[in-house]
Design a protein around this ligand. Structure first.
Ligand code: NAD
Length: 464
């Protein structure tokens, strides 16, 4: 059975047939065995190792990403996911004992994870290898059959993954379906046992509504405006360098990219001077990632209209499809650049009187996917952690909090629901089944109603 489809749109009948096929494979039970799971994870590892250069070439075609960025951002994290899962699979799949109260004795209780079944992973274009393969590693570790829908906006990566994956993982249990909106729409008609969607909140709502028809649980990995705070206790030069680097890496097209900076008044001038220096010299990072398409280039250019601030660094679209970074100081809070997710190398800087004012600014907006704090003060760190809510927090650096399999990755509120990576990812794609066993050999009549008054008193006493 060949489940890798040619690059054309799938219709609903084909989507339903495909999910049925995978369901039949799942029903055989073979994806549940730990040997099968290990073979898939080892396959993924080999794919990433054997074909790093091919994947980097595809990433260069679609996005112009430099080879080392491909390794760091697209190859290494799913490799880490697969290796971490391999190392921990035995522990994660073990039964976990639950305490049994005296009133239930004699009994044993435990939970045990079981795979959910057939899961769908829908990925966007900005990290097109990572956002297909990291969820895949988690879903396979949990013992599921998987349908992957890579982004049609990164067609070279989509075609490369579609060609390579069936050679490294069980092609009867893992289907990679190329196509665009029509294909995703057709797939969403089918009954999956879990859907993990990465992309915009607008489409996330479509996915959630489609999943509701089947009561399918959903993980939504969305985006939004992730703030960075630079306080008077920060090393402003380091903060400026890290922020400039983060905004040019992948041309700022990262869901956890810092969207805007809130800087405390007392260090505003020093920070802006450092940020201007770092951003003006950002070419030294060797970043060549292009803006994905004309529509997004026009969107970014449109964000520069009417921002109402001062362009401390002026940039914009270049002939080669890249976008020179822009730093906007004191933008109008009601301007588009302060209202919409930027998803590009534009960085607004807003002055705030105090850390308290920064927290207030953030809390009056939707909960972000990431929040960054630059400060050397443990007290400020604690204040921010206690008084704000976000998917993740980076203290004095950017992005690293998303790259560890040991840390869950996910948003809250408008930035998403649910999480994956590592053990949390394994659990996302598993059902934790609750089990209680009592021996049949001990079945006294006093354990059944009507209860004697002594028995009633005893039951109340034991339930205390
Ligand atoms: P998108 O949401 O437009 O597309 C992602 C996927 O959705 C694609 O596979 C596409 O085929 C499918 N899709 C598009 N339109 C659809 C429709 N009408 N019906 C069904 N499926 C449809 O991707 P995007 O918006 O260009 O990606 C950028 C967004 O993704 C940003 O908001 C960014 O913050 C977010 N993002 C989040 C994460 C994360 O992990 N949280 C990672 C990367 C990007």
């Amino acid at each position: 059975m060949a489940t890798t489809l040619a690059p054309h749109e799938l219709d609903t009948d084909q989507a339903l047939a495909l999910v049925d096929q995978l369901g039949a494979v799942f029903a055989t039970g073979r994806t549940k065995s730990l040997d099968w799971r290990r073979a898939q994870l080892n396959g993924l590892i080999r794919l990433l190792q054997d074909h790093e250069q091919e994947l980097a070439a595809a990433l260069s075609t679609d996005l112009g990403k430099p080879a080392m960025n491909c390794f760091l951002g697209e190859i290494s994290p799913p490799l880490a996911e697969a290796r971490h899962a391999l190392k921990n699979l035995t522990a994660w799949t073990k039964k976990s004992a639950a305490a049994v109260p005296m009133s239930f004795a004699p009994a044993k209780a435990w939970t045990q994870p079981e795979p959910k079944g057939v899961v769908l992973v829908v990925a966007p274009w900005n990290f097109p290898v990572l956002l297909c393969l990291a969820p895949l590693a988690n879903a396979l570790a949990a013992g599921n059959a998987v349908v992957i829908k890579p982004s049609e906006m990164a067609p070279a990566v989509s075609a490369t993954l579609a060609r390579l994956l069936p050679r490294y993982v069980d092609p009867e249990a893992v289907a990679i379906v190329e196509g665009g909106v029509a294909t995703t729409t057709a797939l969403l008609e089918a009954r999956f046992d879990h859907i993990l969607y990465t992309g915009s909140g607008r489409i996330g709502r479509i996915v959630l509504a489609a999943a509701a028809k089947h009561l399918t649980p959903v993980t939504l990995e969305l985006g939004g405006k992730s703030p960075a705070i630079v306080t008077a206790e920060a090393d402003v030069k380091v903060a400026a360098r890290r922020l400039a680097w983060a905004k040019v890496t992948a041309a700022g097209q990262a869901c956890v990219a810092p969207d805007y900076v809130l800087v405390e008044s007392s260090v505003r001038a020093a920070f802006i001077e450092a940020l201007v220096n770092e951003t003006s010299a950002a070419d030294r990072f060797g970043e060549t990632t292009r803006i994905i398409d004309q529509r997004n280039t026009a969107r970014l250019t449109g964000l520069l209209d009417g921002h109402g601030g001062i362009e401390a660094v002026s940039g914009g679209p270049r002939d080669n499809g890249t976008f020179a970074p822009v730093v906007i100081v004191d933008p109008d809070p009601s301007s588009k650049v302060m209202q919409e997710e930027i998803f590009g190398p534009i960085l607004p800087v807003v002055e705030v009187e105090s850390l308290h004012a920064a927290i207030d600014f953030i809390n009056r907006r939707e909960k972000p996917l990431a929040l960054y704090l630059f400060s050397s003060s443990a007290a400020e760190e604690q204040t921010v952690l206690e008084q704000t809510s976000s998917g993740s927090v980076g203290l004095n650096h950017i992005y690293y909090q998303t790259m560890l399999p040991e840390l869950p990755f996910g948003g809250i509120g408008e930035s998403g629901m649910g999480a994956y990576h590592g053990k949390v990812g394994f659990e996302t794609f598993s059902h934790r089944k609750a089990v209680l066993r009592k021996p049949a050999s001990f079945d006294p009549s006093f354990a059944y109603p009507p209860f004697s008054s002594v028995m009633q008193r005893m039951m109340r006493w034991m339930a205390r």
